[in-house]
Ligand binder design. Structure first.
Ligand SMILES: Nc1ncnc2c1ncn2[C@@H]1O[C@H](COP(=O)(O)OP(=O)(O)OP(=O)(O)O)[C@@H](O)[C@H]1O
Ligand SMILES: [Mg+2]
Length: 466
C-alpha cells in the first residue's frame, strides 16, 4: 500500500532506528515511539495504519499496549517482536489481536513481507466495514439465509473478498454454514466458471490424503495402480476448499505450506513439479490458535491460510434469524416431500426462538425436515416437537447412575452408551443412515465415520459400506 504510515515502538533506540531506516527506504512513512505509552499518544495524534512493537518495554509492555490499541483503534494492524516470547505469550498475542509475531533477531525482508500482508489484510477489512452496504449479488448469496446485522455484514464482507485471491479461513461452530459460505465465495469470484473442489481432511485417512491432494504416479505405493491427478490439479484456476483443516497431520501441513508458497506441487512418487493456480479456502470448527500453541498446527501455515479470517456466528447469537430460517426450511421441505405443513403455532415458535441451538443451523434444518415428514400437513404444535425442545427432561438411563465402589472404566461405558444409541437410531429408521444421523443430530458422514471406526453391524450387514 502506497504511503502506508507505520509506527515502531521499541525502547531500544538502535533497533528502532534500524527498522525505521529500512522501512523509510522502502517508501513507508515511519513514526517512532519509545514505549507503549508514547506509542498510544502518537497514535492519537497521527493517522497510523500499522504498528510494529517490541514486547519488553517500560511503562506499558507490548502485550498491554496491543490490548489497549485494539480497544481504541481495532483497524490498526500490529506486528510484535521479541527475543523472549514463549508459546503462551504467542497465544496471548494472537488473542489480543496481534496480526503476526516475529522472533528476534529477524530478517528485515521477512518483516516487510508481513507488513505487506498486514496492509493487504487491512485494506480488505476496510473495504468491508467502511463502505456503505451494496449487496449486488444477493441472488448468489440467496441460499445463505439471514437478515440479522451479523449476517448482513457477513454478506457484504463475502462480496468484497470474493474476487481477491487471498486465502480465506472460515471458523465457526459446527453447522454454522462454513461450507455454504465457501461455495458462495467461489460462486461470486472470477474463478466461478472453474471447479470448486471440496476436500474433507478429517474424512480421508492420513496416509491417503497426500495423494488425494497432490495426485500420484502409477506404482508409487501399494494400490496406486494408475497415475491419478490430485484435487489441487482438479481445482486448477478454481477454488480448493480444505474442510476440517485442523485435522491435517503435521507432515502434510509442511507439504501444503510448500505448495502454497511455491504454487507448484510434486505428485506422490514423482520427481517432476507441476504449476498450479488455486485459490484456497479452509475451514475448521476447532480453535486453530490453540492448536498453534500446542504445536499441533504449524504457525507459519496458520498465517498463510488466514489472510482473510471469517468467523461465522453461532445461531444463538442471531436468534432474530430463526423465524426466517424456519420459514425457508418449511418451504424447501414441503416442496421436496410434496407436503403441506402450514407453519408453527405461537408457542412452538417461541420455544424454537429461545432454544440455544448447539447444532446451529444444521440442527434447525434437520428438525424442520423431520417435522415436515412426520406432520405432513396442518400446523405444528408444541406436542409435535421432540421432547428435548419441549424442555421435558427424559433420561436415557432408567436407573440413577452410581459409581461402583471399586470404580469402572469410564471410556468403555461411554463407548457402550454411544453404540447403543446409534444402534437404536438405526433400528428406528430401518437402517437408513441419513435419518438415523438426523435423530442423533449428527452429519451423515460423521455417523458413517463412527460406524466404520466402531465396526458396528446392523441386521447382519456392515453399516459403514452400505
Ligand atoms: N445461513 C444459512 N442459511 C441456510 N442454510 C444454512 C445456513 N447455515 C447453514 N445452513 C445449512 O446447515 C447445514 C450445515 O451447514 P454447513 O455444512 O455449511 O456447516 P459447517 O459450518 O460446514 O458445519 P461443520 O463444521 O459441521 O462441517 C447445511 O445443510 C446448510 O445448508
Ligand atoms: Mg463443514
Amino acid at each position: 500500500m502506497e504511503n502506508a504510515r507505520i509506527l515502531i515502538a521499541d525502547d531500544d533506540k538502535k533497533t528502532r532506528d534500524f527498522v525505521a531506516a529500512f522501512l523509510s527506504y522502502k517508501g513507508y512513512h515511519v513514526f517512532q515511539a519509545s514505549d507503549g505509552q508514547d506509542a498510544l499518544e502518537k497514535i492519537e495524534l497521527n493517522d497510523v495504519h500499522l504498528v510494529i512493537t517490541d514486547l519488553m518495554m517500560p511503562r506499558i509492555n507490548g502485550l498491554e499496549f496491543i490490548k489497549k490499541l485494539k480497544a481504541m483503534r481495532p483497524e490498526i494492524v500490529t506486528i510484535a517482536y521479541s527475543a523472549f516470547a514463549n508459546s503462551e505469550m504467542t497465544a496471548n498475542l494472537l488473542k489480543a489481536g496481534a496480526f503476526f509475531y516475529l522472533e528476534k533477531p529477524f530478517n528485515l525482508e521477512e518483516l516487510e513481507t508481513h507488513v505487506k500482508r498486514g496492509l493487504e489484510h487491512q485494506a480488505l477489512q476496510n473495504q468491508s466495514f467502511r463502505t456503505k452496504p451494496c449487496i449486488k449479488n444477493r441472488s448468489l448469496l440467496n441460499n445463505i439465509i439471514g437478515e440479522s446485522e451479523k449476517m448482513l455484514s457477513l454478506f457484504e464482507f463475502i462480496e468484497k473478498v470474493a474476487d481477491s485471491d487471498s486465502t480465506v479461513l472460515l471458523q465457526g461452530e459446527s453447522g454454522t454454514g462454513k461450507e455454504l459460505v465457501a461455495r458462495a465465495i467461489h460462486d461470486l469470484s472470477n474463478r466461478r466458471t472453474k471447479n470448486f473442489v471440496p476436500v474433507n481432511c478429517a474424512a480421508i485417512p492420513d496416509d491417503l490424503l497426500e495423494s488425494e491432494l497432490f495426485g500420484h504416479v502409477k506404482g508409487s505405493f501399494t494400490g496406486a495402480i494408475a497415475t491419478r491427478i490430485g484435487r489441487f490439479e482438479l481445482a486448477d484456476k478454481g477454488t480448493l476448499f480444505l474442510d476440517e483443516i485442523g485435522d491435517m497431520k503435521p507432515s502434510l501441513q509442511v507439504k501444503l505450506l510448500r505448495v502454497l508458497q511455491n504454487k507448484e506441487l510434486e505428485p506422490v512418487g514423482s520427481t517432476h513439479t507441476k504449476k498450479v493456480d488455486v485459490r484456497i479456502i479452509t475451514a475448521t470448527n476447532q480453535n486453530l490458535e490453540k492448536l498453534v500453541v500446542t504445536k499441533e498446527f504449524r504457525e507459519d501455515l496458520y498465517y498463510r491460510i488466514s489472510v482473510i479470517p471469517i468467523v461465522l456466528p453461532p445461531l444463538k447469537d442471531r436468534k432474530g434469524d430463526i423465524p426466517l430460517l424456519i420459514n425457508s426450511f418449511l418451504e424447501k421441505f414441503n416442496k421436496d416431500k410434496q407436503h403441506k405443513v402450514k407453519g408453527l403455532d405461537k408457542s412452538s415458535l417461541e420455544i424454537l426462538c429461545t432454544y440455544e441451538w448447539p447444532g446451529n443451523v444444521r440442527e434447525l434444518e434437520n428438525l424442520i425436515e423431520r417435522l415436515v415428514i412426520l406432520k405432513g400437513s396442518g400446523i405444528i404444535t408444541v406436542s409435535d416437537l421432540p421432547e428435548k425442545y419441549r424442555g421435558i427432561k427424559t433420561s436415557m438411563v432408567q436407573e440413577p447412575l452410581s459409581l461402583p465402589d471399586n470404580g469402572f472404566c469410564l471410556n468403555s461405558a461411554v463407548e457402550e452408551f454411544e453404540n447403543q444409541l446409534i444402534l437404536q437410531a438405526l433400528h428406528k429408521t430401518g437402517g437408513n443412515k441419513k435419518e438415523a444421523a438426523m435423530l442423533l443430530n449428527l452429519k451423515r458422514t460423521t455417523l458413517i465415520e463412527k460406524l466404520k471406526k466402531k465396526k458396528l453391524f446392523f441386521a447382519g450387514s456392515p453399516l459403514a459400506n452400505s
